[in-house]
Write a new protein. Sequence first.
Length: 72
Amino acid sequence: MPDANEIIGYPISIFWSHEDEGYIATAKDLPGCSAWGKTRVEAIAEMEDAMMAWIEASDAMGRERPAPSGND
């Protein structure tokens, strides 16, 4: 599994979802990668795990990893 250093630079967006009654985190550079949490902190922690899993799956499929866009 990738380590936490491999997700540095990938921006995370967080928003409140009334429908899901929690915070949703997404990463624009990693299509389909998202996470949910009751709090913003929980959503970020879950997102970091989701991002590492996304990268691991992409690498396993032999796909080129998207470059992080940073904080553009």
